[in-house]
Design a protein around this ligand. Structure first.
Ligand SMILES: [Zn+2]
Length: 257
């Protein structure tokens, strides 16, 4: 992340600069969400939060006239709690945090709040709270959230295939896609010597139900969905690119939820 992008981060601006930006017509703000949860033996707990940080800036640059709110780093990760280090917010807590972000930002004159999550486990909660977020802000402010976790995972699978990787290694968690993303944005945080295969392919509906009921370990003993072997910077870049486009197109739809 170079310094020229840092002027898009709301928290690094002064209050005077934010007021001027809004007055000057910058009325869109992006709220990235992440997670602090286990990502196998080869990636740190911060993967989803790091990824959200990176995507937030990329989206702001692409969309234009937009700032990036501080990433909500901790999310809903109860299904990862059996693994050491995972921190999880209850859904009500997560909703209160997101709602307070929205009402604060609306108060300062932002009229478009775009929420996304690099942790797909936050999607059900975000989709559920969206109507309440919308009624918490004045009508002049429009809140959108990208919550299509299936589209996210399918985009990763396609992106991996396009970049020459094996799509079966995409399971959505500490896999070929996510490890490649980290090789691109924070290579120093990846431990390639510790790569292990987890459960291959995308989870079936019954696997998903088992995971929500009994935790991730019930479907993958090592906590990995997919396989990180073969991860490359090129795959990571392509995944980031495709996901950025998916999010921008999602936010641009007139019925954007
Ligand atoms: Zn992740």
């Amino acid at each position: 992340m170079t310094e020229e992008h840092e002027n898009l981060r709301l928290e690094l601006m002064t209050s005077v600069e934010v007021a001027k930006a809004v007055e000057g017509g910058i009325r869109t703000v992006i709220v990235p969400c992440g997670a602090v949860e286990q990502h196998g033996a080869h990636l740190p707990l911060s993967v989803d939060a790091d990824h959200a940080d990176h995507l937030g800036i990329l989206l702001a640059k692409r969309i234009g006239q937009a700032l990036v709110a501080p990433t909500i780093r901790v999310g809903c990760s109860s299904h990862h709690l059996e693994f050491s280090g995972t921190i999880s917010l209850q859904e009500q807590t997560f909703e209160m945090v997101v709602r307070d972000y929205c009402t604060s930002l609306a108060r300062h004159g932002f009229e478009r709040i775009l929420i996304f999550t690099a942790h797909v486990g936050n999607c059900p909660s975000l989709a559920d709270m969206l109507p309440r977020l919308r009624s918490a802000v004045p009508p002049s402010c429009r809140v959108s959230a990208f919550t299509d976790s299936r589209a996210w995972l399918e985009t990763w699978r396609d992106a991996v295939a396009e970049a020459g990787g094996e799509p079966v290694k995409v399971g959505g968690h500490a896999d070929l896609a996510e490890t490649s993303v980290m090789l691109d944005i924070h290579p120093d945080r990846v431990r390639p010597h510790a790569y292990q295969a987890g459960k291959l392919g995308l989870l079936s509906q019954s696997d998903l139900e088992l995971m929500w009921r009994e935790g991730l370990r019930a479907v993958s003993a090592n906590g990995i969905l997919g396989d990180p072997h073969g991860s490359t910077v090129a795959i990571g870049r392509h995944c980031i690119e495709r996901i950025a486009t998916l999010l921008i197109e999602g936010f641009a739809r007139p019925d954007a939820d």
